[in-house]
Design a protein around this ligand. Structure first.
Ligand code: PLP
Length: 374
């Protein structure tokens, strides 16, 4: 996959026989499947080199919105609603610095980036499991994956049970219950701390545990959609970003974005990830040493610590300057980006900030902050 992204195409076609049975280069086939193409270059009977650009294989067709926004189902509303908007933040852009935000709060179920993995992990599990299993899913979640999976469960006639940490806002219980899910509060701070318990419960009770922390479809969906559409949008705007800044929870989206952009642009795009400062809780993101999978598949350029108050202040500053309400992890991304700017490691150029969700879920945190600080 890395080679295809770096070269912008496929060098070795898949070798097939007259019956189109694959004889060779099946790793090419698998890589193309993961990257999401509509066509596959094949050659009859013998190995050879013919370069085929990814664009000719329908690489970007995954990201084809409905221009008039008419959809045949709420599922289509999700995947044909992509790309999520990429917007220039005028108030943050000044002189030679241009700041672009990718607004994942424009996804329909959880109003967050987690709709992507909820959908993809779920449909891939359906393909794999067929009709064999009980139609029940269990997941450990800090809310957003739960909302996305609750939507999938509702649409497909499944029931869902979500385990959420005690540190998360109270409103999450109500939101998840309205979506038809059962909610279990676990007296722990981080979701990752009780994933094994959820796994055991699911095994014991015959439920499906998609496990967002380990499930490689989490990484794959961001490679195939989030990163690809971001690149297409930036190209449309005539922009090659100098750096991309985002938050890490499972590390799915920022790892895939790093993999995609580092390969596609020969390491010229830098990637920085924000994490909560020690002993700080910011819903959706956590410290890298708490254990995450895909971030170790890529090389990021730096980690930035952000406190919860800095994250809230970041979200408030976006609301008061740009008029959009974003969540706390987006506020952390803004705060982290400002720290990078102030430290002088970034010069003039275009920067992309990935804002994972909308701010409506965080009324309790905003309320507490405003009553304390005014
Ligand atoms: N921000 C929010 C609000 C989230 O819900 C999450 C994930 O739960 C993240 C950031 C982190 O995303 P990822 O799990 O892809 O690292």
């Amino acid at each position: 996959m890395a080679e295809m992204l770096r070269e912008g195409g496929v060098r070795k076609p898949v070798v097939v026989n007259e019956e189109l049975r694959v004889l060779g280069n099946s790793t090419t086939l698998e890589a193309l499947r993961r990257l999401g193409v509509k066509l596959v270059p094949v050659t009859y009977g013998k190995d050879g080199e013919v370069f085929t650009p990814l664009e000719e294989l329908g690489f970007y067709e995954d990201v084809a919105p409905s221009p008039l926004r008419v959809y045949n189902s709420t599922l289509e509303l999700l995947y044909r609603g992509w790309p999520t908007p990429l917007v220039k933040l005028q108030a943050l852009s000044s002189n030679g610095v241009r700041v672009w935000a990718k607004l994942e709060g424009f996804n329909p179920y959880s109003w967050s980036i987690k709709d992507r993995i909820g959908w993809y992990m779920f449909v891939k599990a359906l393909e794999r499991l067929g009709e064999r299993r009980r139609k029940v899913i269990y997941e450990a979640t800090s809310t957003n994956t739960g909302l996305a999976l609750a939507a999938m469960a509702a649409i497909h006639g499944f029931s869902a049970k979500f385990y959420i940490p005690s540190s998360i806002q109270k409103a999450s219980d109500t939101l998840l219950k309205v979506m038809g899910a059962e909610v279990v509060r676990v007296p722990k701070t981080l979701t990752i701390e009780f994933v094994d318990e959820v796994d055991e419960a699911a095994k014991r009770e015959g439920a499906i545990h998609l496990n967002q922390f380990e499930n490689d479809y989490n990484f794959e969906v961001h490679l195939r959609f989030t990163a690809k559409e971001l690149e297409l949008q930036l190209r449309h705007a005539g922009v090659t970003p100098k750096a991309i800044v985002g938050g890490i929870g499972t590390s799915g989206h920022m790892s895939a974005i790093t993999f995609y952009f580092k390969n596609k642009f020969n390491d010229s795009v830098r990637v920085y990830c924000v994490q909560p400062a020690p002993n700080e809780v910011i819903p959706g993101i956590r410290r890298v040493e708490s254990g995450m999978k895909w971030i170790h598949w890529v090389n990021i350029d730096g980690l930035i610590d952000v406190s919860r108050d800095e994250a809230i202040e970041g979200a408030i500053s976006v609301a008061r300057s740009e008029g959009i309400l974003v969540g706390l992890s987006s506020g952390a991304v803004i705060a982290g980006f400002r720290k990078l700017l102030e430290s002088g490691v970034l010069g003039d150029g275009d920067y992309v900030l990935v804002f994972p969700d909308h701010g409506f879920k965080y009324v309790e945190q905003f309320e507490e902050y405003l009553s304390r600080k005014g």
